[in-house]
Design a protein around this ligand. Structure first.
Ligand code: EPZ
Length: 431
C-alpha cells in the first residue's frame, strides 16, 4: 500500500491549479446511461473514484474511452448497448456513489439491480430516500441478498419532497425524472453546485429541467435524450483544502482554476480566523502570515460550510489561538481524523457530534493512518506544519478524490514524496 512521507515546516508559495470536481463528474458519468449516444466529459479529474465508475459502466456494457496525453482529462462514454443494468457489490463497496446509476438505469432500461452500499467510515450512509423517491415515480423496488432491484415499464412524474437533504439522492431522482412521463417536482433538494452542473449536462442532452441549484427542481419528462459534450466544474473541496494548506503553512498560495462563488462559507470562516485572501473570477490567493484566532464552525448543507472540508478545518483549528467548537451536522461518524491529529500533538475533545479543539499546539511528526478521503487530507495538512517527517499510510483513500496531490504540493514547496508498494498492482484495465 502506498504511503506519503511529508517533512513539515515549508510555507507553500506559488500557484496550484484545481482539478475538475469528483462529485460533479460522478453523476455526470452516470447520466451517460440515459442516452444511446456518446457523452463527452471534459475536465475529469484523474482520481480512483472516476476509474471505479468507468469500470462500473464498462461492466454494464458501455464503451468507455479515456483520453490520453493532452486529452487525459476527457472521457467519452457510449452506453449504446447495456447488456446488464447491474452494479455489483465488489464495485459498490469501494464507492458508495455507485448508487447514482440506480435512477438512470431504471429510466433507460426499465430495470436496475444495484448492490446496497453498506456503511462506510463516516457513517451508515443509507439510500432509503433514493428508493422512496423511485417508488413515488412508480418503480417497483425490492431488496434481497444485499441488492436493490428496481423495475418500471416507464416512470411517471410525481411531486417528491425529500425527508432530508441528500446530494446524490437529488441527483439520482433528477436523472430518473428526465425520462419519466409528465412533470416531476422535487422539493427540499440539495443545492450543491454539483447538482446544478449535472442539470446543465442533462439540459444539453435535451432534458427540460428548471431550478437546479435551488431547493425546488421542476422536470418535464421527455421520451429520449441525446449525446452531449460538457466541461465539469472545478473542485471546490480541493480548492478549500489548498486554501487551508496555504494558510496553515504561513504561505502565499494562488489557487487557480477554481470558482470563488462556490467557496463563500469557506472564505468566510478563513476570514473569521484571521486568514487574508484575495479573489478574482477564477482564482483565490491565500496569505497565511497572520496568527490565527479560534472560531466555531458547524457543517451544513450548501451553501453552508461543507462537511467535506470539516476535517481540513479541524487541522487549521489546531494552529489557532483559543478554543474552536466544530459541530458535524451531516454525518454521524466524521471525526476519525481527530485521533490521529491528537497523536501528532493536537488538543481535541470529542463529545458526540461536537469537537472542541484547543490551540495553538505545535504538531510533531508521526506515523499515521488514513481512514477516509477527507480525513487523509486533514493528516496531510497537519504533516505540512508538523516538526519532522510524517508517514501517512493507506493513501489510497486520498487518491480517491485528489489528483496527483504530492506533485501539486511539491510544485509549491512542500517536502512530500510517495513511497510506492514494491510491486505496484497493475492498474485495472478499462475495456
Ligand atoms: C455526497 O454524498 C458527497 N458524495 C459526499 O462527499 C458529501 O460528504 C455528501 O454529499 C454531503 O455533502 C458525492 O457527491 C459522490 P447525502 P451523499 O446523501 O449524497 C443521509 C466526499 O468526501 N441520507 O447528502 O451520499 C446521510 O446518511 C464525499 O467527496 C439518508 O438518511 O450524502 C447523511 O447523513 C463523502 N438517506 C445525510 O443524509 C438517504 O437516502 C446527507 O447525505 C440519503 C442520505
Amino acid at each position: 500500500m502506498d504511503k506519503l512521507v511529508i517533512r513539515g515546516g515549508e510555507p507553500l508559495l506559488g500557484t496550484v491549479r484545481v482539478s475538475g470536481a469528483k462529485n460533479a463528474a460522478l453523476p455526470c458519468m452516470a447520466a451517460a446511461l440515459l442516452t444511446e449516444e456518446p457523452v463527452i466529459l471534459e475536465n475529469i479529474p484523474q482520481v480512483r473514484d472516476i476509474q471505479t465508475t468507468r469500470n462500473l459502466l464498462a461492466a454494464m456494457g458501455a464503451e468507455v474511452e479515456l483520453g490520453c496525453g493532452r486529452a487525459q482529462h476527457r472521457t467519452t462514454l457510449h452506453c449504446k448497448n447495456l447488456a446488464s443494468p447491474e452494479a455489483s457489490y465488489d464495485l459498490v463497496k469501494t464507492m458508495r456513489a455507485s448508487t447514482l446509476v440506480l435512477g438512470p438505469l431504471v429510466a433507460r432500461c426499465g430495470r436496475a439491480r444495484v448492490s446496497l452500499p453498506g456503511g462506510c467510515a463516516i457513517g451508515s450512509r443509507p439510500i432509503d430516500l433514493h428508493i422512496k423517491g423511485l417508488e413515488q415515480l412508480g418503480a417497483k423496488v425490492t431488496q434481497d441478498h444485499g441488492y436493490v432491484e428496481a423495475t418500471a415499464h416507464r416512470l411517471k412524474g410525481a411531486e417528491i419532497v425529500f425527508d432530508k437533504i441528500t446530494v446524490t439522492g437529488t441527483e439520482d431522482l433528477l436523472m430518473a425524472a428526465t425520462l419519466a412521463e409528465g412533470e416531476t417536482i422535487l422539493q427540499n433538494c440539495a443545492r450543491e453546485p454539483e447538482v446544478a452542473d449535472l442539470a446543465a449536462l442533462l439540459n444539453k442532452m435535451g432534458a427540460k429541467i428548471e431550478g437546479a441549484g435551488t431547493a425546488t427542481i421542476r422536470v418535464k419528462g421527455v421520451t429520449k435524450l441525446k449525446g452531449a459534450k460538457h466541461r465539469i466544474i472545478p473542485d471546490r473541496i480541493e480548492a478549500g483544502t489548498f486554501l487551508i494548506a496555504g494558510a496553515m503553512t504561513g504561505g502565499d498560495l494562488n489557487i487557480a482554476g477554481c470558482d470563488p462563488a462556490h467557496l463563500g462559507a469557506i472564505l468566510g470562516k478563513l476570514k473569521e480566523v484571521g486568514v487574508k485572501t484575495k479573489s478574482t473570477a477564477d482564482s483565490v490567493r491565500v496569505m497565511g502570515d497572520n496568527p490565527f484566532t479560534a472560531t466555531d464552525m458547524s457543517t451544513e448543507e450548501y451553501p453552508g460550510f461543507p462537511t467535506d472540508c470539516q476535517a481540513q478545518f479541524m487541522a487549521l483549528a489546531t494552529q489557532a489561538e483559543g478554543a474552536s467548537v466544530i459541530t458535524e451536522n451531516i454525518f454521524e461518524n466524521r471525526f476519525m481524523h481527530a485521533q490521529e491529529l491528537i497523536r501528532m500533538g493536537a488538543n481535541i475533545k470529542i463529545e458526540g457530534r461536537r469537537a472542541v479543539v484547543r490551540g495553538k499546539t505545535p504538531l510533531s511528526a508521526a506515523a499515521v493512518l488514513a481512514s477516509d478521503l477527507r480525513a487523509s487530507a486533514s493528516l496531510v495538512l497537519a504533516a505540512l506544519v508538523a516538526d519532522g517527517e510524517t508517514i501517512i499510510d493507506r493513501v489510497y483513500h486520498i487518491d480517491r478524490g485528489y489528483e496527483h496531490i504530492e506533485e501539486k504540493l511539491r510544485a509549491v514547496g512542500a517536502q512530500i514524496k510517495r513511497i510506492g508498494e514494491m510491486f505496484p498492482k497493475k492498474a485495472a484495465a478499462v475495456k
